[in-house]
Design a protein around this ligand. Structure first.
Ligand code: CTP
Length: 461
């Protein structure tokens, strides 16, 4: 029987074969074998060739993330996201929408992901080789970044007119969305309703953040979360128990302190402890070894956390020092700034003449004391700033004065409902930047903070 080599084929045919092989992620020889087997009607052999892992393709059962890239300017950050995931040993398979391909090319995505991205629902190869059902079923997690308003609307209403939306409809895996859009689109009632529908279906969100838009002069909530934030959120969802903070020792203060005036009365503030407790719980869920030093609160002890209960600022400082060393310390407590100079052992009685004079002295600043330590300072010291005016300016001053690494500033004016309420609006102030987070529940703030801490620790290592 005469033998035929690829080299003997004419140039035009060789070029077409090379293109087809590149598109299918096969060697030219494998491509020829596949075509011949198919032409010979050898279905069993064809199936065998197709099922075998091809060079650069992941075996079907390799744990991987399916990244769906939507069509938005933030798609350029998805290239970095692929790189960051792979750096951490997470394999990535990519689906690009038609609009995404207007912003970045399949070639650059393929180069970073180590395999060609999937582009078309009706691509004969893609449908035969993997198909949208397998794309939907095999990953450990699906990440959509950027998640455009259009893609989220399709998801919310069950549309499936392209590969990305068909995969999202066909999956039973956890979906993490990293929305990115213009602030007006994000705040539009239709988007708000779609987000509510998706949250009700347990779809997870990371971001969007507040900041400058790519359109000049536009700013607001709508910037896609940074790649490292998305990585941290993905890792949290991939391994909620072993978690992104596994092995990290974390100290959290929470709640108000009560400063006694006499055995019956005390000075206090309106802190509920909801935010600090949520942070302790989120960190424990992420695998951290957490000690929570809490003032008197009415919220339940978080699960999986070592809780130390105190009353006064001085007791809180002593408990915090006893809980060190720690890798990370978050000071969320609303510590009373003053205590009475003399704590009466007996109940102070009314005399009917003049009211008692309460001389006050300043309490120790727990955050500042720990952040200024020469020895045994936690690697990451995070404070809060409860302000009623010039929120960010005051927070920046506190960051310097108290020598902490980050400050989570919030406006606690009564009209915000933050003190004691269930939601919070945070400005993350660091030495280098100020980041405005959207209004979200205290649980979501806790999850976002844990993701940031995990990202910062992994950056340092
Ligand atoms: N803090 C602390 N010990 C104190 C006072 C505050 O550890 N005695 C911590 C808080 O837990 C918070 C940060 O310092 O992380 C800022 O607290 P905040 O109440 O906003 O500021 P104050 O230092 O009390 O300053 P001021 O009341 O003047 O705004």
């Amino acid at each position: 029987m005469a033998s035929l080599t690829v080299r003997q084929l004419d140039e035009k045919l060789k070029k077409r074969l090379r293109l087809r092989a590149a598109k299918n992620g096969r060697s030219v020889e494998d491509e020829v074998r596949t075509i011949l087997r198919s032409a010979a009607g050898d279905e069993a052999a064809f199936a065998e060739v197709s099922a075998a892992p091809k060079p650069g393709r992941k075996p079907a059962d390799a744990p991987h993330i399916l990244l769906i890239i939507g069509g938005g300017i933030a798609a350029y950050k998805s290239l970095d996201l692929i790189r960051r995931l792979r750096e951490r040993g997470i394999a990535v398979r990519v689906v690009m929408t038609a609009a995404a391909q207007k912003f970045i090319t399949p070639l650059s995505v393929g180069a970073l992901a180590g395999e060609h991205p999937y582009l078309d629902l009706f691509d004969a190869h893609s449908e035969f080789d993997v198909g949208h059902i397998r794309l939907a079923r095999e990953p450990a997690l699906i990440v959509v970044a950027p998640a455009t308003a259009d893609l989220m609307a399709k998801m919310a209403h069950g549309l499936a007119d392209d590969l990305a939306s068909a995969v999202l409809l066909a999956t039973d895996k956890t979906i993490l969305l990293a929305p990115a859009m213009n602030p007006l689109m994000w705040n539009n009632g239709a988007t708000r309703r779609n987000i509510a529908l998706l949250k009700a279906e347990d779809v997870e969100l990371v971001g969007p953040n507040r900041g400058e838009m790519s359109e000049s002069g536009e700013a607001g909530v709508g910037r896609m979360a940074e790649p490292l934030e998305i990585v941290a959120a993905a890792q949290r969802l991939l391994a909620p128990d072993s978690g992104v903070l596994a092995g990290v020792r974390m100290l959290v203060t929470s709640g108000p302190t009560h400063e006694p005036i006499d055995p019956v009365r005390y000075i206090a503030n309106r802190s509920s402890g909801k935010q600090g407790h949520a942070i302790a719980e989120a960190a424990a869920r992420a695998g951290a070894d957490v000690t929570l030093v809490s003032g008197p609160v009415n919220v339940p002890d978080p699960r999986g956390v070592n809780v130390v209960k105190v009353e006064s600022a001085r007791e809180m400082l002593a408990a915090v020092e006893a809980a060190l060393p720690a890798d990370v310390a978050v000071f969320a407590a609303a510590v009373a700034d003053w205590r009475t100079a003399a704590n009466s052992r007996e109940k102070i009685k009314k005399t009917g003449k003049q009211s008692p004079e309460l001389a006050l002295v300043e309490n120790p600043d727990i955050l500042s004391t720990i952040a200024h330590r020469k020895a045994g300072r936690p690697k990451l010291v995070i404070g809060f700033a409860a302000e009623t005016q010039h929120v960010v300016e005051h927070a920046k001053q506190k960051l310097i004065r108290k020598a902490c690494d980050w400050i989570l500033a919030n406006d606690v004016s009564p009209e915000t409902g933050i003190m004691g309420g269930d939601s919070n609006t945070i400005h993350l102030v660091t030495a280098k930047s100020v980041e405005d987070w959207p209004p979200q529940s205290k649980t979501e703030v806790a999850a976002a903070l844990v993701a940031r801490i995990a990202a910062a620790l992994s950056e340092r290592t």
